[in-house]
Design a protein around this ligand. Structure first.
Ligand code: C2E
Ligand code: CA
Ligand code: CA
Length: 275
């Protein structure tokens, strides 16, 4: 039994060691990837529900890994957040998004918006506002063409620092979107205190909307709240025609999801607008 106990002890340590080594290696790889900039933002259309017109896009980062190919954010964003690499990553995504906007602006309709995800950590980055503002201005663009998406989990730990930065960003002209709406706790208190322009109804309410009267009521309530507060409302993750029809019926004005387009590289999405 003693043997066995010792064996298990050794085994446990080996597994732990491997896990921490893997993580360490991954961190090193992400660090290198940020330095060499192996990332590309993909863009997913956000469309006007009635006309089907593309009115905005959301930038979703992809890692073009030299060995593993295209990697999705879940594979690296959490480690980037834990290690502070998210600062360089976030800056790079924003810089790329601004570059794409300026490259393709001649094909965009008036008022076209690029939406970029911000991690909660980024609110503690010194000079965040100045960096975002300068990037936009140096490209000859305006802050109001950019929306910053923050998740409900970010605002769940809303502190004075985050709130101040949000107000400053908004004053600078940036639009603010509350992402994954409905998934956090007591969302409604944030709406009272936060400077937001848009709420994005989480995909979990949209998936199966056609088969669930309860979901329909919840979505309806969220849309009513958004309208009462004069906010834009976007339904995320729309995959089926029935979902779109119901959202239209409920008065949802903007939609996003595979039904209208997958996230794709700028050339693929905006190049098609040329034709
Ligand atoms: P999110 O901001 O909620 O983005 C929406 C996610 O849903 C994206 O996954 C998108 O590809 C996916 N999606 C869009 N339409 C549909 C649909 O109709 N059905 C389904 N099943 N999924 C759909 P993705 O690209 O893997 O991104 C995952 C998350 O990673 C994002 O969730 C966001 O929180 C984070 N993320 C992505 N890019 C960035 C970034 O540049 N910075 C930061 N901080 N986070 C990012
Ligand atoms: Ca988002
Ligand atoms: Ca979302």
């Amino acid at each position: 039994a003693k043997e066995e106990g010792r064996g298990r002890y050794v085994f446990y340590n080996a597994a732990q060691l491997k896990q921490s080594r893997d993580r360490f290696e991954k961190e090193g790889q992400i660090r290198q990837a940020v330095r060499e900039w192996q990332f590309v933002p993909y863009f997913q259309p956000r469309v006007h529900a009635h006309s089907g017109r593309m009115i905005a896009v959301e930038a979703l980062i992809r890692w073009m890994h030299p060995v593993h190919g295209v990697l999705f954010p879940d594979a690296f964003i959490p480690i980037a957040e834990e290690t502070g690499l998210i600062y360089g990553l976030g800056e790079g995504v924003f810089r790329d998004a601004v570059r794409s906007y300026s490259q393709w602006k001649h094909v965009f309709p008036e008022g076209f918006v690029f939406s970029v995800n911000l991690s909660a950590k980024q609110f503690y980055q010194v000079g965040l506002l100045e960096k975002l503002r300068d990037t936009v201005h140096q490209a000859g663009l305006q802050a109001r063409s950019f929306e910053l998406e923050i998740t409900e989990s970010t605002v769940m730990n809303l502190d004075q620092k985050t709130l101040t930065v949000l107000h400053d960003l908004r004053r600078e002209g940036f639009r603010i979107a509350l992402d994954d709406f409905g998934t956090g706790y007591s969302s409604l208190t944030y709406l009272e205190r936060l400077p937001v322009d848009t709420i994005k109804i989480d995909r979990s309410f949209v998936t199966g909307l056609a088969d669930s009267p309860r979901k329909r009521h919840l979505v309806q309530a969220m849309i009513m709240i958004a309208k009462a507060l004069d906010l834009s409302v976007v339904a995320e993750g729309v995959e089926r025609r029935e979902e779109l029809d119901l959202l239209l019926e409920l008065g949802c004005e903007e939609v996003q999801g595979y039904l209208f387009g997958m996230p794709q590289p700028a050339e693929a999405l905006f190049g098609a607008l040329l034709e």
